[in-house]
Design a protein around this ligand. Sequence first.
Ligand SMILES: Nc1ncnc2c1ncn2[C@@H]1O[C@H](COP(=O)(O)OP(=O)(O)OP(=O)(O)O)[C@@H](O)[C@H]1O
Ligand SMILES: [Mg+2]
Length: 721
Amino acid sequence: MSTADREAILVNQQAILARFGELALRSDDLDEILTEACRLVAEALQTDMAKVMELQKDRVTLVVRAGVGWPPGVVGEARARAERGSSEGYALQTGKPAISPDIANEKRFRYSQFIVDAGVKALINVVILGGKDRPAYGVLQVDSRKPRDFSDVDTEFLRSYANLLAAAVERLRIAAETRKHATSLRESEERYRMLATQIPQLVFTCTSTGERTWDSPQWTEYSGLPEKNSRGLGWLDAIHPEDRDATMAAWTSSEAQGEYAVAHRIRRADGAYRWFQTHARPVRPEGRTVTWLGTSTDIEDQARIREALERSGEELERRVYERTAELQQALDTLHVEARERSRAEERLRHSEKLKAIGQLTGGIAHDFNNMLQAIMSCLGLIRVRMQQGRPSDVVTLVERAEKGAVRAATLTHRLLAFARQQTLEPRLVSLDAIAHDMEDMIRRVVGASINVELKLGDGVWLVQCDPNQMESALGNLCVNARDAMPDGGWLTISTSEVILNEAEVADFEDALPGRYCCIAVSDTGTGMSQKIMEHAFEPFFTTKPSGQGVGLGLSQIYGFVRQSGGIVQMQTAVGKGTTVRLYMPASVQREDVEEHSTGPGKTIMLVEDEEIVREVTAEQLREQGYRVLEADSGAAALRLLHAGARFDLLISDVALPGALNGRQVAESVRQRYSRMPVILVTGYAPGDTPSDMEVIRKPFSPEVLAARVRAKLEQSQAGVD
Ligand SMILES: Nc1ncnc2c1ncn2[C@@H]1O[C@H](COP(=O)(O)OP(=O)(O)OP(=O)(O)O)[C@@H](O)[C@H]1O
Ligand SMILES: [Mg+2]
């Protein structure tokens, strides 16, 4: 090669270097720079193939990053390995150009397949260095499809060219890295800016003693303090004067605790204070505290709620206290009122009692006075007649006086009946039979204008009562019915058997639930007002004109029925009529009455209310070998009787508590077992006992009792009464 040629080549290469240098400085596009580098280098070395291979992170793999003169599928894809025995590896490891003028005769290196396939015959590799302390970027390879030499000039040129290329690549790398950093910095700045400006808290940074170095716009906006005024301790100006000491005091311990926390009021731009919770923590990027980052959170609502809760707690307590006091007062008043009411009731009861007694005594006095008047008048007239020597008229007067006396006696009788103190002579009777027997008499009494109807049962069930009193009661009820129907009507007498439960007898003292026989008298008369009904059973209460009613009818009936263990009920409606029902305890069915004791064993029914006496007597009898049925009252004895108890001898005390005395018990027993032997026991004079019954007087010895019982049973067995 001539010098001129050399110089021409050099000039050309210099020109290409300059062109490339210009491009490398101007362009920011790495691909453009690399491709242009390949094109220019090929031109400079008068060949048509060149490429840049980029070394990958594994520092062995090379990828064809750019190239000219290559078939498709090479640039961007073809790979080579920079190993020992490869020209690329040689260049990278030694830093020297690896020159293969004719690869067919090359002994040192092997070549990648894509190079061989592309028909490359000669090539030269130069290293593209990396930046400072960085690995090489890769290899610039200039290829030739013809074997050829690469002169020193070429090699020199390529070195310079590769260095220029390396500088350009490094510049772009740094630029890209800087861009990346800048972007992520911008992003992170944006994030923090958003965080600091968008969160509802007021954010600040400060020193460990609370001197502000930065405030978020929220602080400035909220407090209305210009930014520079908040710096240092200027922000304290926005803290409520009462809270400033605590606010500053919290900083003294914050360093040690690694935390600052205080609740204080911060003034809003409009002058209003709101409660905030302020927190700060040291930021320690490299272990030492650079700054403190803090936030103030509005807690006004919570504070208000808490305050309201505290207030409402106190309010509740106060109201409970007041209400308790009110209730106590109301309770006291109620107590006083209750006491007053019960006193008033007591007074009322007392006055009503007095009124009733007054009515009773007045009634008695009035009636007795009338009768006494009649009797005394008669007696006076008798005296006059006797003095006049006109004894003939005397008989009439005596009869009249007697009538008055009898009426007076009847009156006392009715009073006793009301007082439930009349001597009753109960027997087992059928209410059906009594009503039936009285039918004619009742029709006569009530008169023709009143229709009488009897609805009676079959008389199977019997009751234990005084038949005369029952007749009188029925008569009285019929008279009342008649008086209530002055213009006629219907009078119905009906009987029935009912079972009364606990609730139905509850209003009547001593009445037991169970089976009852009921006789009812109904009329279609005037009925009674509430007021009359309330008083109808009181003695001497009457609405009838003087001479027509005494006011003792219902009270007498009530006394008699209650004394017999029964119940009285009245139903009435003004203008519609009245029904009075008498419930008598059912005793027994008729067929049972006919039965007789036939048992072979000797059983004694012992009726005695004194427990000790009864037990001792029973014991004595049992010693004698008798069976003993014990009863502590007449009623108890009758219950045993009606329950079907069988016995051979009745021993009963005469004086018994309750409705039945010993004699009545004996009579009741004899109604069922007519030949029942009876021994009555009495502590009184024998006069109070009937002569037809054997009496043994207290006190008696066991021997006497044994002898009398034996004798009585023998008599009865022998058929002697
Ligand atoms: N069936 C009835 N219908 C309406 N009122 C009645 C009836 N039975 C009683 N009375 C009212 O009850 C009052 C009291 O009755 P009670 O039988 O006790 O006395 P009386 O009939 O007035 O007098 P007595 O019966 O002593 O002759 C009667 O005066 C009457 O007002
Ligand atoms: Mg009457």
